[in-house]
Design a protein around this ligand. Structure first.
Ligand code: CMP
Length: 144
């Protein structure tokens, strides 16, 4: 519907053991996981996904960590708008996530190894989903 919103989520290396618990928290928001794939991120995917961080001093560390093991990439979708904001609330902040958030409850208190990535806006979500699930977009052009 017109209020449908979706978000790109990545459970980061070392945290796939919390897959069930993390998914349960997402599902409690009324969202469903429509696409998912387990993978090791190659240089192309890392560079595209973290394009805005390529020049940051933390990028080399981020890249090395993100390629250190399998990740679980997911698309979460909900018919009611506000999903991206709702997910970011339960994910928690990058720095000092609050008790009760995914990053706090499953995290190990490190800024890079912060359990999960979640899109920060509708625009980022569409951009990121296109990188990991191009098949979601392949009909858009044809139906024009
Ligand atoms: P993520 O939501 O995946 O987006 C960028 C990632 O960079 C962030 O989570 C962290 O894993 C990582 N990172 C490392 N250092 C920093 C920092 N100082 N500020 C923001 N992100 C950082």
């Amino acid at each position: 519907g017109v209020n449908m919103e979706r978000s790109l989520l990545i459970i980061k290396p070392g945290f796939l053991k919390y897959e069930k618990q993390i998914k349960n928290r997402i599902k409690k928001l009324g969202a469903k996981i429509t696409h998912e794939k387990k993978m090791v991120l190659d240089d192309v995917l890392i560079t595209k996904h973290y394009a805005e961080h390529l020049q940051k001093d933390f990028f080399p560390e981020l890249k090395k960590y993100m390629q250190s093991g399998e990740v679980l990439v997911m698309c979460a979708e909900r018919e009611k708008d506000g999903l991206i904001a709702d997910i970011r609330k339960i994910v928690g902040a990058t720095k000092n996530p609050e008790k009760g958030t995914i990053r706090h409850d499953f995290g190990i208190g490190r800024i890079t190894e912060n359990v999960i990535h979640a899109s920060d806006s509708v625009m980022s979500a569409e951009r990121e989903l296109n990188i990991f699930f191009p098949e979601m977009f392949q009909n858009a052009e044809k139906t024009k």
